[in-house]
Design a protein around this ligand. Sequence first.
Ligand code: ADP
Length: 429
Amino acid sequence: AGSASTSSVRQVKLDRESELRIEVGNDSPLRLRLLSGNAEIFGTELPPEIWLTLPPRLKIAVFTWYGATLEMDGATETDYTADETPMIGYVNVHAILEARRNRARASSADDSGATQGPRVIVVGPTDSGKSTLSRMLLSWAAKQGWKPTFVDLDIGQGSITIPGCIAATPIELPIDPVEGIPLEMPLVYFYGHTTPSNNVDLYKVLVKELAQVLERQFTGNAESRAAGMVINTMGWIEGVGYELLLHAIDTLNANVVLVLGQEKLWSMLKDVLKNKPNVDVVKLQKSGGVVSRNAKYRQKARSYRIREYFYGPANDLSPHSNIANFSDLFIYRIGGGPQAPRSALPIGAEPAADPTRLVPVNINRDLLHLVLAVSFAKEPDEIISSNVAGFVYITDIDIQRKKITYLAPSAGDLPGKYLIVGTLTWIET
Ligand code: ADP
């Protein structure tokens, strides 16, 4: 166990409440199927007999509640079975959430507090299994017919859209272990950087905007209100990261805080939230199967996410290279630059850099290889509060002819004329 295996078809028998942990190799996919019994990948049941193709580098566990036999075809980086997992604890949380959803659905519409289902926020250090637990809770809820809202606040390794964004989307079906989250019109805000310290205030503003839109949607939709939310967060939990966690809990009105893999964070949150009796702070065990990813791996994963946005998960999309005149595009940066000229300030006051100031950007070669967002804003002053339609990637700047070449998901006009630039780069490989 635990060693690389050769490419051949082989069977694995799993006892009840155990899992097969797999790291697919870097170069070739792995085929996997369920021969007998029942098994699930992060909350989504495997169909019987049908071969699944797991792409290179995927790290997953196939878990069974009552026992299963699996068949694998292909080489893996590692694969081993484990019978110590935190799954019982996780499914107990699911059962409690389920009861709260049912209670919310049965409550009278006059009592808006009671009709709100659970708003779960998953917190913990990087590589504690936050995204995986979020995914399980969503898939288990969807399996029971709920449409919970997934909110991903992780600007580094988010799973709804490209890095540098915060986003939300309803989950209508158990999440496909290979395809991930279907991209049907998610609500996306572009932060533009992969770490929150670049512009903490902007991050907070965007979380607030997202929260307000979700609140409005819930008002008109009792079912999704009762289903509640699962909120995934960044692994940054110290200093500003901690401050942003508290901000998210507060802004999104989370009422269940699940803390993974860190006693200290749990006790800090428990202490700071003790005045809010309606907020439960629950400590959960981290799975021994969670794979640690180093900085280089994370950087690569970000790059793959961007590639996937343009080319599709299986290279099945064909993005379009477009050429525009400098004068056709209106590009803005958010933050930086002095807020007001010194002359407009009271005597003695220093001009502070306004983190949410909109700064028009002159097109030059600094934009090369950056990923920009296309805002839904109709006017520049709506840019900060607007969500985004999609992204473009700058591939060439011709200063002499004043032409800019960019990659977009499709040909034709962009869905908006205002673009936002941050520090998100990508080198197409
Ligand atoms: P976090 O969101 O806390 O950074 P993730 O949930 O993304 O952590 O987990 C890190 C990696 O470990 C992911 O690639 C995930 O698929 C993998 N992983 C999580 N749980 C397991 C498990 N039980 N067995 C194998 N791989 C796992």
